[in-house]
Design a protein around this ligand. Structure first.
Ligand code: GLN
Length: 211
C-alpha cells in the first residue's frame, strides 16, 4: 500500500489523512526527520505558511524535505503548502521557501479571510469523471507565473474573466492553491497517489536517497 506522509506541524493535516484513506492509501503524520524515511510521498497541508516555515526549521525538517524534493520525491503542497513549494514568494513569507517549484506565488492575494470563496473548477485533466471540482479557497495564494516545465492542471476563471492556474504539477511535485481535503471529492488525492507517487520513476522507499 502506498504510504503518504502528511506534515503534521500545523494546519489541516487530519483532513488530508482522511482523504488519503478514502482513496486506499496509508496516511502517516510526520513530525520528525526519521518519519520521512518510511513514506513514499509527503503532503504539506494548508495552514499558515509563515508558521509552517518556522516550524520546519525548528523541527529540523526543512533541509531533509528540500533534499528529498530536489531528488524527485513526490510532494504535494495545498494552499500554505503551495506557498512553501514555490521558488518565488510575494507577500512577506519572512523565511526561505523550499523553492522546489519554479513559479511565483502571491500570499493572501485574493484579500482577507472574509474574501475566501468557493468556485467550481474544470477538472478534465484529472482521472475519472469530468464533473467540476469544488474549489475551496481560504485566504488563498495566487499563482502569478509558472516557469520552465511546470504544467497547469486546473485553472480558475476570475470574475473579470481571466484564467489563472490553481493546480500545477512538475513531475512528482503538485501544488494546489485550494483545499481538496475539505471536500468529499477525492479525485485530486487519487490523482496524486496514482500519478505523482505510483507513476514516479524514482523507485521504491528503500532505493531512495535518504534524508
Ligand atoms: N494565507 C495562508 C498563508 O499564506 C494560507 C491559507 C491556507 O492555507 N488556507 O499561509
Amino acid at each position: 500500500m502506498t504510504r503518504v506522509g502528511v506534515l503534521a506541524l500545523q494546519g489541516d493535516f487530519r483532513e488530508h489523512a482522511r482523504s488519503l484513506r478514502a482513496v486506499g492509501a496509508e496516511a502517516r503524520e510526520v513530525r520528525t526527520p526519521q518519519e520521512l524515511q518510511s513514506i513514499d510521498a509527503l503532503i504539506i497541508p494548508g495552514g499558515e505558511s509563515t508558521t509552517i516555515a518556522r516550524l520546519l526549521l525548528a523541527y529540523d525538517l526543512f533541509e531533509p524535505i528540500r533534499t528529498l524534493g530536489a531528488n524527485g520525491f513526490p510532494l504535494w503542497g495545498t494552499c500554505a503548502g503551495a506557498v512553501l513549494l514555490a521558488d518565488e514568494v510575494q507577500g512577506d513569507l519572512d523565511r526561505e521557501p523550499l523553492a522546489l517549484m519554479p513559479m511565483t506565488i502571491d500570499r493572501n492575494a485574493y484579500g482577507r479571510q472574509i474574501d475566501s470563496f468557493e468556485a467550481e473548477l474544470g477538472a478534465s485533466t484529472l482521472n475519472g469523471s469530468q464533473a467540476p471540482f469544488p474549489g475551496i479557497f481560504i485566504r488563498a495564494p495566487r499563482i502569478r507565473e509558472v516557469r520552465e516545465d511546470v504544467e497547469v492542471l486546473i485553472e480558475h476563471t476570475t470574475e473579470l474573466g481571466e484564467s489563472e492556474p490553481v493546480a500545477v504539477r512538475r513531475g512528482p511535485l503538485l501544488a494546489t492553491t485550494f483545499h481538496p481535503e475539505l471536500t468529499s471529492d477525492h479525485r485530486l488525492h487519487a490523482y496524486f497517489v496514482e500519478s505523482c507517487v505510483q507513476g514516479n520513476s524514482v523507485g521504491s522507499r528503500a532505493e531512495r536517497v535518504q534524508p
